[in-house]
Design a protein around this ligand. Structure first.
Ligand code: T6T
Length: 337
């Protein structure tokens, strides 16, 4: 029976909590860290309102960012709005951004749905004098950004690898499931997972990553295909909600639950229920509420001419049935408000 015991924070600029299970299941949760910067390219106008644009509607993850941002905006006495596209797609997010820009907020927090395609639409907002802060996902070209507030997704993938390695006893075949390349978060989680496995676990074989397209059913059929070709598969790492919902379906359809461990990402209600119900074995979770709080704080600070961190790394936590009810895990369970 493994029990997670929160460890000690280390280091000055990056706090890393080593969350150590009494019975040997070791996972690392990464705390907050930031790097200071001048806000030279930022317009200094008193902030009357901040807008948040999520990656997709009806997502518990973005609803949690919205909750943190809304709560902080109320606390600081500034106006606030939230909008998101119907699908996680830059062609859908661009018109949402345009309609938000037309309302002329002093700052926009946005989760870009593509790290390159969203640069130009966001550049136009910058040209209109609006301060831009990315939350969750990032842009490749950060020249227009006043700040980036997000998880360290490379570390998130590595945490998934460490958690998986402990679950499968350090040996066997595993596979990562993701979305079509283009989103910084999913791409970095896959990279973090694969690189960690290759560098630290010589007896674990990482199969070719499988890409579904934002659908639990598409993920389930990918898992079934991998299992048909690799009946000795030991583990599946799902990097977001769609793959996290689809992985247990695919494993169950193949009657392989007894032999395949599943590590998902994001402690949204469906994943928490799957964990408590034994359909998955662990979750690597983020702190979207804190992304919303920090994003609004920095937007308001910029309006006052204060410096803000160019990058703010929010926390990660590995969650299992053993620590799901711990107080330290609570901030990593997604809630809307
Ligand atoms: O994993 C999160 C988020 O970090 C990612 O950018 C997109 O998918 C999620 O919203 C999962 O719901």
């Amino acid at each position: 029976m493994s029990t997670f015991v929160p460890g000690v924070f280390q280091g000055a600029t990056r706090r890393t909590a080593v969350v150590v299970a009494a019975a040997g299941l070791v996972a690392v949760a990464t705390g907050c860290s930031n790097s200071a910067t001048t806000a030279s390219s930022t317009s200094r106008k008193e902030v009357k309102s901040v807008a948040l644009i999520g990656g997709v509607k009806d997502s518990p993850f973005y609803a949690a960012i919205d909750c943190g941002a809304k709560t902080e905006a109320k606390k600081l006495g500034v106006g606030y709005s939230y909008a998101a596209p119907g699908t996680f797609d830059p062609s859908q997010q661009q018109p949402v951004l345009s309609s938000v820009v037309a309302k002329n907020p002093q700052a926009i927090l946005i989760a870009p749905t593509d790290k390159t395609a969203m640069f130009q639409p966001m550049h136009q907002a910058k040209q209109a004098g609006i301060n831009l802060i990315t939350v969750d996902t990032k842009l490749t070209d950060t020249s227009d950004l006043s700040s980036q507030v997000n998880s360290d997704n490379i570390a998130g993938g590595a945490l998934g690898a460490d958690t998986m390695a402990k679950l499968i006893g350090g040996k066997g075949k595993v596979v990562a499931l993701s979305e079509p390349p283009g989103s910084s978060t999913d791409d970095e989680r896959v990279k973090g997972f694969v690189d960690r496995m290759k560098s630290k676990y010589p007896n674990i074989t990482v199969l070719t990553t499988q890409y579904a397209d934002h659908s639990a059913q598409a993920t389930a059929s990918k898992v079934s295909s991998v299992l048909a070709a690799n009946p000795d598969l030991k583990g599946v790492f799902a990097v977001d909600n769609f793959t996290g919902d689809g992985a247990p379906i695919g494993v169950r359809n193949a009657n392989a639950r007894k032999s395949v461990k599943i590590v998902a990402f994001d402690a949204q209600p469906s994943q928490v229920q799957a964990l408590k119900g034994g359909d998955i074995d662990a979750i690597v979770s983020q702190n979207p509420y804190d992304m919303g709080v920090k994003g609004v704080q920095y937007a308001v600070d910029l309006g006052k001419g204060k410096q803000v961190p160019k990058t703010e790394i929010t926390g990660l936590m590995a969650i299992t049935q053993q620590n799901i009810d711990d107080a330290t895990v609570k901030p990593y369970i997604y809630k809307s408000c």
